[in-house]
Write a protein that binds this ligand. Sequence first.
Ligand code: UDP
Ligand code: MN
Length: 242
Amino acid sequence: ALPKLYIITPTYRRPEQQPEMTRLAQTLLHVKNIKWLVIEDADKPTPEITALLKRTGIDFEHLVAPMPAKYKNKKGSKPRGVSNRNRGIEWIRENASDGVMYFADDDNTYDIRIFEQMRHTKKVSMWPVGLLTKVGLSTPVVKNGQFHGFYDGWMANRKFPVDMAEFAVSVKFLLQRPKATMPYKPGYEEDGFLKSLAPLEPKELELLANGCTEILVWHTQSKKNSPSAAINATQYKDTNLI
Ligand code: UDP
Ligand code: MN
């Protein structure tokens, strides 16, 4: 049987939430045998997101995991999506026994071929992600079919200088590492999580996307929009917009 994909999507309420989640849902409608874990950085689920998830017919779990106040109220860069992803990992520990998990942020762009490639991950698989830093991508470097190093515009002494969208993890492999978790450390979330999967060495990585020569995922970002009155509105009734 096709291994199940557990897709963990952190999301939060903002004017772009409805369009981002609509696009991601319609991407995931093309992918078989998934469980979509949608986890909101919120105190309670957003009704418009619940309605969207139900409309799609995708097998989903809608959870909430607010960012702890000590990070939320901090100035400067915040650990975005970390509470959500850790809640997703916790759900997998309680409910899954095999398959593959992947962190799919709500604003990225996914070629559906990557889902079929990551589905067969035995430990941890990786591939290039486009549109990151000035260099334009983050990727493992492959030479003669073997792992050779990492290429990323911000190496920062990381053991795994990769993006959140750059890797998938076998659920069995995760379950064998009960302490694996994502740190609340802006910039070092991926590195911290992958290090917490020890023992794991870069040479063990499964290199996908045709030896990491193809870009199948992009770190796209929407510009911030201003219409606060339209936050999450999918219909205009009961508003004074028109
Ligand atoms: N996110 C969140 N709470 C926040 C900010 C972001 O849950 O306060 C989610 C967001 O929906 C996305 C992920 O965390 O799925 C990463 O956030 P973002 O895309 O803003 O980060 P970037 O891609 O710019 O690093
Ligand atoms: Mn993003």
